[in-house]
Design a protein around this ligand. Structure first.
Ligand code: KG4
Ligand code: ZN
Length: 335
């Protein structure tokens, strides 16, 4: 079985083909980073216009990768939500137009399910049930993954997502959008002891997550210092990164204790963070459990994870050509 995957939920246009015998046989991605960089965040109207500009080019590249052999493609999986409505509509319309032209079914996919399943694209795969920590630009969630398509949201950030806070603090430190990985690089030269920022909601029991207070604390320290010294910037970046990582570790451990699970999946853009990976790995091996990540290129948005998620829906979805998108789609709706 081969599934064509299409991802356009935010500022990355992606098209990939997953073959259930071979794995990913084509994976193409165009990032709009440069377009949004000068605005310090994603401009939705520019994002959807650019998806329109790039999607046909990416499709041609994908067809070339598979030697124009569309006879083996069984279905087209596309991100139907959550995401930016205009961006989602480009992918959904394109997928359904192809579905009509090729007379094969189109499958709506929940983008969050794509992220949760992204480590399944690796050799070392997690087995169900597992705890998923999704840390991306738009979401910070702890999810109990019972099986394909069966997810229970345990907790999510009451305000900013972790990736969003990384990007805002990176901007404060004069780094380009999206600044998560640049901030992490800067933090490597920082002194972890010079600043200390709160580990939000960790004094209270429970799984609640909130990151806007931490963001404000960092911003206030930054204002007080009033310097452009690069070492100070690195020290702030380091203390901020440590606060985020400690908080995520504390909350993940609690969720593992509550659920009794020993497998942890960490996915979404922030899961590319080297220090987070290292510390989570240590925490899990101390507990006798295992942690699973996607490779770095599959941490951030991509179509490979959408194509993979489509393989489990193929038999279940009745062919339809409804172009519906869901900007605020919850994880308990996986179609
Ligand atoms: O999953 P993703 O591509 O987008 C959403 O679906 O929301 O995640 C993008 C986010 C951005 O906020 C980016 O700054 C962050 O992931 N990110 C990182 C790192 N690499 C990407 N944050 C921290 N450390 C990194 N190494
Ligand atoms: Zn995403």
């Amino acid at each position: 079985m081969q599934i064509l995957g299409i991802e356009t939920s935010c500022d990355e246009t992606g098209i990939a083909v997953y073959d259930d015998n071979v794995g990913i046989i084509s994976n193409n991605l165009y990032s709009q980073k440069k377009i949004h960089n000068k605005y310090g965040g994603v401009v939705p109207e520019l994002a959807s216009r650019d998806h329109i500009k790039k999607i046909i080019f990416l499709m041609k590249k994908t067809l070339k990768d598979i030697n124009f052999d569309i006879s083996k493609i069984d279905a087209i999986a596309y991100t139907a939500g959550p995401g930016l409505v205009g961006s989602l509509l480009v992918g959904a319309t394109f997928a359904n137009a192809l579905s009509f032209a090729w007379n094969i079914q189109s499958i709506p996919i929940n983008h969050i399910e794509g992220h949760i399943l992204s480590p399944m694209l690796e050799k070392k795969k997690p087995s169900f049930p597992f705890l998923a920590l999704l840390v991306s630009g738009g979401h910070t969630q702890l999810i109990l993954a019972k099986n394909y398509g069966q997810y229970l949201l345990l907790s999510e950030s009451l305000d900013d997502a972790v990736g969003e806070v990384f990007d805002k603090i990176a901007k404060l430190l004069g780094l380009n959008y999206p600044g998560g990985s640049l901030l992490s690089k800067l933090a490597k030269n920082g002194n972890p002891k010079r600043f200390f920022f709160p580990r939000p909601m960790t004094n209270k029991s429970g799984l609640e997550l909130s990151f806007s207070g931490l963001k404000t604390a960092v911003m206030q320290s930054f204002k007080k210092i009033n310097t452009h010294d690069q070492q100070t910037y690195a020290d702030i970046a380091c203390a901020f990164e440590d606060a985020i990582i400690d908080t995520l570790i504390i909350k993940s451990e609690r969720a593992l204790n509550i659920t009794g699970l020993s497998n942890l999946v960490i996915s979404g853009g922030v899961s590319a963070n080297h220090k987070l990976r290292k510390k989570m790995k240590k925490m899990m091996s101390d507990r006798g459990g295992y942690v699973f990540y996607p490779r770095k290129e599959f941490c951030t948005d991509n179509a490979a994870m959408i194509a993979y998620a489509g393989t489990f829906k193929k038999q279940r979805t009745v062919k339809n050509l409804k172009i519906n998108v869901y900007p605020r789609l919850p994880i308990n709706n996986t179609f």
